[in-house]
Design a protein around this ligand. Structure first.
Ligand SMILES: Cc1cc2nc3c(=O)[nH]c(=O)nc-3n(C[C@H](O)[C@H](O)[C@H](O)COP(=O)(O)OP(=O)(O)OC[C@H]3O[C@@H](n4cnc5c(N)ncnc54)[C@H](O)[C@@H]3O)c2cc1C
Length: 424
């Protein structure tokens, strides 16, 4: 059995509150203790709700504790597309929400004095083709018109910022930054618990049903929990709790590697200002520095569970392609997690029944997005005002032939890899 131990756990003390469910009826049951569930729980507890959070795993062992820690504002789409898609009335607040998702993370860290290693030095989208550069210019024009702190990099500029000659230029978003995501999960859990939320790890919900005016959750191993309202915060790890939800998502695996500590002279030439980077390829790779002079790099991995270090070999090759000086560098950590992608590449908000809401599908942008979304779902449950939701709620529409989708995704990834290789 491979351990799935991210670089983030190095030197981190597990101070998270672990407990059994309280057993009394709650105002709000939150199922899933990632960024979404915990930011919702904290907000709800501060609004005087009696909150119970449960998670089937130990805290931090799903996407929120395993990700790349890149805090990137915005959605997959730029403002003009969002306005055209949602219309002016709903589109304008969606753009406003998307613009501030990174703020949600850094503001929380600051306001709650969370012990989370972080920096706000920006995110670079590194372009490898003229077409990607044109898209970056459009993105820059659109976000500039909202006064966002964004910029463009030419070939020399991006070489200096990243330390590689692989790119033609890029887009830099200075609203973005990096965090230790596992520390953020644990600290969110701590302040949520200190604010009154009960948090139970290793507690799986196996069924959810309407009971009187509220909800009853059945727990694995026996027992039930009652709550007036429920937030389902299971995202890429969704199972059958809400019929059809899991089939609206294509769960992909993202894999990451962390180098052993790099010598100062080598590190001085790589990301000297500490930005996070994603490239513009169809099967993108993303990378950043991490504590202890390490560099981490991630990208798509096999759809099955990994069998051994060879499943990360493509990332080691990508690392050396970018930074030849790293040839022969030891890889200290390899880990992976699940990312939820929707068919239209937008996050989906659903309210299948009154008093039960969920949001899922963040296409790898969930650090900011899900942290910002949690409180908004709570505000909606408290007010009943649909405008409180970060995006309009939509019906659950399972992807047709979902069972075959995974085979299709595998073929699509192989095809995209080939196209990316041809463009190098
Ligand atoms: C390897 C990797 C790298 C990534 N890199 C980035 C990045 O750099 N930047 C970025 O913005 N995003 C990134 N993402 C995406 C981001 O991590 C996620 O979008 C985000 O963490 C989702 O948070 P969440 O709270 O919605 O869900 P999760 O953190 O996935 O939490 C869902 C929880 O629900 C629990 N659960 C599921 N079913 C049940 C049940 N029946 N009963 C009880 N509990 C249940 C699970 O155990 C899990 O803990 C990455 C993801 C991965 C996997």
């Amino acid at each position: 059995m491979l351990s799935n131990d991210p670089v983030w756990s190095l030197g981190l003390e597990r101070r998270a509150p672990a407990g059994s469910p309280k057993g009394t009826a709650a105002d709000l049951l939150v199922i899933g203790a990632g960024f979404m569930g915990l930011s919702a729980a904290l907000h709800a507890a501060r609004r005087s709700m009696a909150v119970q959070v449960i998670d089937s795993r130990p805290l931090g062992e799903a996407a929120s504790g395993l990700n790349g820690g890149q805090v990137i504002p915005g959605l997959k789409y730029d403002p003009e597309w969002l306005l055209a898609h949602f219309g002016d009335r709903r589109g304008t607040p969606v753009v406003e929400f998307a613009a501030h998702t990174a703020d949600a993370v850094f503001d929380l860290i600051g306001a709650e004095k969370l012990d989370v290693p972080h920096s706000r030095t920006g995110w670079i989208q590194a372009c490898h083709t003229e077409k990607a550069l044109a898209a970056a210019q459009s993105r820059h024009r659109q976000w500039s018109s909202y006064g966002a702190n964004v910029g463009l990099l030419d070939a020399a500029g991006i070489r200096d910022k990243i330390g590689t000659t692989n790119y033609l230029g890029g887009f830099i978003d200075r609203r973005a930054g990096t965090i230790n995501p596992l520390a953020f999960v644990l600290e969110l859990a701590r302040v949520a618990a200190e604010s009154g939320a009960a948090i139970a790890e290793n507690t799986r919900c196996t069924a959810l049903r309407r009971r009187n005016q509220g909800w009853e959750a059945t727990l694995a191993g026996g027992g039930t929990l009652k709550a007036r309202q429920v937030i389902l915060a299971t995202n890429a790890y969704s199972d059958g709790l809400i019929p059809g939800l899991a089939r609206t998502l294509v769960p992909l695996h993202s894999f990451q590697i962390a180098t052993a500590p790099l010598p100062d002279d080598v590190l001085a030439t790589i990301l000297p200002e500490g930005q996070a980077v994603s490239d513009s390829r169809r099967i993108l790779i993303y990378y950043r520095r991490a504590a202890g002079n390490r560099l981490i790099l991630g990208g798509r991995g096999p759809l099955r569970l990994p069998r051994g270090p060879e499943d990360w070999a493509h990332l080691e090759r990508a690392l050396v392609r970018l930074f030849p000086a790293l040839a022969g560098t030891g890889i200290e950590k390899r880990w992976f997690g699940r990312v939820a992608v929707t068919a239209d590449h937008l996050p989906h908000v659903h309210e299948p029944e009154t008093g039960l809401v969920t949001i899922a599908g963040c296409q790898g942008r969930g650090v900011g997005l899900m942290t910002a979304a949690g409180p908004r779902l709570v505000d909606y449950l408290l007010s009943g005002d649909p405008d409180a939701l970060p995006l309009p709620a939509i019906p659950i529409r399972p992807i047709p032939f979902h069972a075959f989708q995974r085979i299709g995704v595998g073929a699509m990834i192989a095809w995209y890899r080939l196209l990316d290789a041809m463009e190098q």
